[in-house]
Ligand binder design. Structure first.
Ligand code: FE
Length: 142
């Protein structure tokens, strides 16, 4: 992985074999990024995406192996328990160019990934909602 910083934006190149979610979480921690947005694209050969079932309050997720384009990666950075918390969704496409997507658990890069992180000032925390079953944004307002 390599990157340059341009004002509040980080332009990253992730390399073959690196896992996107954990690499970005480590990067946020090392660079004290507590709030921000993530956009990106690239390619993967092992990826797990899922859907949150609002009735069972569980994710049904599937791992895919083979060649896939990461058509789009979109996400945000917040914090939970003082740690960076990344929420990322991905659209991937297969050899037929059929695309599908979901909540991203992990993706191993096969070629490269080009990602831009925009760091925003301040922070937004998260709190688990029993009603929804997800860690929701918790805003602290003065
Ligand atoms: Fe999600």
């Amino acid at each position: 992985m390599d990157f340059i910083k341009n004002e509040n934006k980080y332009i990253l190149r992730l390399d073959k074999g690196e896992e996107i979610v954990s690499t970005l979480a480590d990067f946020c921690k090392e660079n004290s990024i507590t709030l921000g947005k993530i956009t990106g694209l690239g390619s993967t050969n092992k990826v797990k995406i899922g859907l949150f079932n609002t009735h069972t309050k569980r994710y049904s997720s599937k791992e895919f192996t083979g060649d896939f384009e990461i058509v789009n990666l979109t996400g945000n950075i917040s914090t939970m328990n003082k740690e960076p918390y990344l929420h990322i969704h991905a659209t991937i496409s297969d050899s037929n160019l059929d695309a599908f997507g979901g909540h991203l658990n992990y993706a191993i890069i096969s070629g490269t990934a080009e990602i831009i992180i925009e760091s925003l000032p301040g922070y937004v925390d998260r709190e688990f909602s029993e009603e929804i079953g997800l860690n929701l944004f918790k805003f602290i307002k003065e």
